[in-house]
Design a protein around this ligand. Structure first.
Ligand code: SAM
Ligand code: SF4
Length: 448
């Protein structure tokens, strides 16, 4: 990890697989090729799965390099400024390849596509198609398929038949956090009907999927016809052999859900609950809707329900107005909650959000120091907690098969990322002993 960048993750490797591991396209190539590059969160990875379906149905073969592609789709993230800068770099490169006649068409999709800035990008970089997050279905027509109906609650499963799948249960977000562009680019919350989610998961499981992740910006805010998130989670955990969900909001997280994580065998005992700050003053400025003490209480319920489980969070350092006292309170919360991992972000002003215009901008050097202090706090705790796993025999779900070094990447039921010496196929389980542990990952060996 590069701790000098504007964000850091002490989290285990995300669930998404590399495009090359998603299976080769089964549709006939007919000479047309497309490359999908995805930036950002798991919602974007899932959107990419849906677009992959469309291009495959339209007869495109998926390739991994821009220079081999007739059509390039940049599926983007808009949450922080550096994400936009990265995409601009890719667009410049694509323009060069287009001038050389190697790439024919470029589409920009995802959260940047939904933002106002996309209009100027389209002009500057001659982008052929710009789509937001709510009209991804229009890609179908662009690649020569019949026009699709608009749908705000995507019915399209992403990865049916493969060992793991993301299932979107809600889109958008009803919160208005001071710093966040998501409500602007993804709109208000829409929850997908329970029967539709259950039906999709039944089909996935019948097709061989062994691991289902329920997705949404605030999954625990899901509600439908009197049912709440925990009802849905319980129903899903009765069907799927392995279940996880992300991302949750502390204000919506019910004790009942936290207890279900501990009680239900098929739910991975891993909770991602973004806190953002340990200071009540900052939580108020950010409009998070809870106080640090309430967050701590939720965590104690989770720890009691799943003592071996893993807890991760998101933290923003350097939000406008953040004082040294606020920062110290965040460090204290990190200490108290003993996170197993965290995504730590330096505040990035997003045009159109409240925080972009707030006074009290924190100087870069101070942000950098606070960032490193939070990172150090999280890593120390994570290392200490991971050490407790050494010597344990664990059942490990293989997510990525072994690379040249002979190590596969898997996940324990406690949600720890593990490197294990095994040639087992993705989607299968192995039992192995944890031999050592770093702050981010455990190392296991299968004893004969
Ligand atoms: N819905 C989730 C929640 O409320 O916890 C988070 C979704 S957001 C895409 C992921 C994370 O990005 C946030 O939890 C926050 O820590 C970070 N983030 C969002 N906007 C940011 C900004 N302007 N600057 C820095 N980090 C930001
Ligand atoms: Fe953004 Fe807040 Fe909604 Fe999360 S809850 S997506 S941080 S506005």
């Amino acid at each position: 990890m590069n701790s000098t960048t504007s964000e850091a993750s002490t989290a285990p490797i995300p669930l998404s697989r590399k495009p090359s591991e998603r299976g080769s396209p089964d549709a006939p190539a007919r000479g047309k090729t497309a490359c999908i590059r995805t930036f950002g969160c798991q919602m974007n990875v899932h959107d990419a799965d849906r677009m992959r379906r469309m291009i495959q149905d339209a007869g495109y073969a998926e390739v991994q390099r821009y220079e081999d592609a007739d059509l390039v789709i940049l599926n983007t993230c808009y949450v922080r400024e550096n994400a936009v800068d990265r995409v601009k770099g890719h667009l410049g490169e694509l323009n060069r390849l287009r001038r050389e006649g190697r790439v024919k068409r470029v589409a920009l999709t995802g959260c940047i596509g939904a933002a106002e800035e996309s209009q100027s990008l389209q002009k500057t970089y001659n982008i052929d198609l710009v789509l937001g997050t709510h009209n991804t279905y229009e890609l179908a027509e662009f690649v020569g398929l019949p026009t699709m109906r608009e749908t705000y609650t995507p019915e399209l499963p992403g990865t049916e038949g493969e060992h793991s799948a993301f299932v979107t249960i809600m889109t958008g977000c009803n919160y208005q956090c001071s710093y966040c562009i998501v409500p602007t680019v993804r709109g208000r919350m829409t929850c997908r009907p329970m029967e539709s989610v259950v039906r999709e998961i039944e089909n996935l499981v019948a097709g061989g999927t062994g691991y289902v992740t329920l997705l949404g910006q605030t999954v625990d805010a899901w509600r439908y016809q009197g049912k709440r998130f925990c009802d849905l989670l319980e129903a899903v955990s009765d069907i799927a052999p392995r279940v996880w969900f992300t991302t949750s909001h502390p204000s919506n997280m019910e004790d009942r859900t936290l207890r279900a994580i501990g009680e239900r065998d098929t739910i991975v005992k891993r909770l991602h609950l973004p806190v953002q700050s340990g200071s009540d003053r900052m939580l108020n400025v950010m409009h998070r809707g809870y106080k640090a003490e309430r967050y701590r209480r939720k965590i104690s319920v989770f720890r009691e329900a799943a003592p071996e489980g893993t807890l991760s969070t998101d933290i923003i350092v350097g939000h406008p107005g953040e004082t040294e006292e606020d920062h110290q309170q965040t460090l204290q919360l990190v200490e108290d909650c003993e996170f197993d991992s965290a995504y730590i972000f330096k505040f990035s002003p997003r045009r159109g959000t409240e925080a972009a215009d707030l006074p009290g901008v924190v100087p870069d050097a101070i942000v950098q120091r606070r960032f490193l202090e939070v990172l150090r706090g999280v890593e120390q705790n994570a290392f200490r907690r991971n050490q407790r796993k050494v010597g344990n025999m664990e059942e490990i779900f293989i997510r990525h098969g072994a690379t040249e070094d002979g190590k596969a990447i898997g996940e324990t039921w406690s949600g720890h990322a593990v490197h294990v010496d095994s040639d087992a196929a993705p989607g299968t389980y192995v039992t192995a002993t944890i031999e050592s542990a770093g702050p981010h990952v455990l190392y296991a060996r299968i004893r004969n």
